[in-house]
Design a protein around this ligand. Sequence first.
Ligand SMILES: CC(C)(COP(=O)(O)OP(=O)(O)OC[C@H]1O[C@@H](n2cnc3c(N)ncnc32)[C@H](O)[C@@H]1OP(=O)(O)O)[C@@H](O)C(=O)NCCC(=O)NCCS
Length: 186
Amino acid sequence: MIGGHTGFFYEVGRYLPPHYRVREAADFWELAGCARLRRQVFCLEQRIFQGDDRDDIDRIATTLAAVSTLGGMADDIVGTVRIHECAAGHWMGSRLAVAGDHRRAGGIGTHLIRLAVCLAHARGATQFTAFVQSANATLFEALHWRTLDTLLLHGHPHHHMQADLAHYPAAGAHELQVLVPMRAAA
Ligand SMILES: CC(C)(COP(=O)(O)OP(=O)(O)OC[C@H]1O[C@@H](n2cnc3c(N)ncnc32)[C@H](O)[C@@H]1OP(=O)(O)O)[C@@H](O)C(=O)NCCC(=O)NCCS
């Protein structure tokens, strides 16, 4: 439902652009937007970190961004994830976040995960793992990840999970389009 009458007022639902782009963040505004979104989600919303969630991995990681569009042009950063090689051939993903208004909007988180693993595969990954917040393990399982272990990280339950690279081809790992399905007005 994107809107509805409640008495005198007409409630307008959230605006969702018809498509998003998921790609490596390259420009300053994209990287700054990813950092801002991470602070919003991991410091303010989830309170996992205080004030700043950056760490040493950011010095070597590749950051991916989900960019919303307005009139076909890039508009805002609404999703992010980072990948890095932690040992020869072993890549990891972390700090996956989608802005609250854009969650479950049509697959932004899914496409961030897909591009992250495909890009690492293209760069030589032979294994790809992540520490996934346990609340999200089902989402990853549906995307061909399996659980290696469960543990507490930063005081929160996590699943240590591994992607099945057979489902993440290296070819064509560059940019993904997320097309939002049309929604019927109530
Ligand atoms: C987890 C997160 C990145 C998912 O992003 P998203 O853009 O909402 O995910 P998608 O739209 O791609 O979801 C794909 C499917 O998984 C489902 N899904 C999403 N989150 C889920 C969850 N936590 N558990 C089970 N299913 C989930 C969606 O309903 C959707 O199903 P559908 O295709 O049948 O509608 C987002 O909820 C988020 O940023 N959460 C806060 C930050 C966080 O927890 N980050 C840590 C990730 S380990």
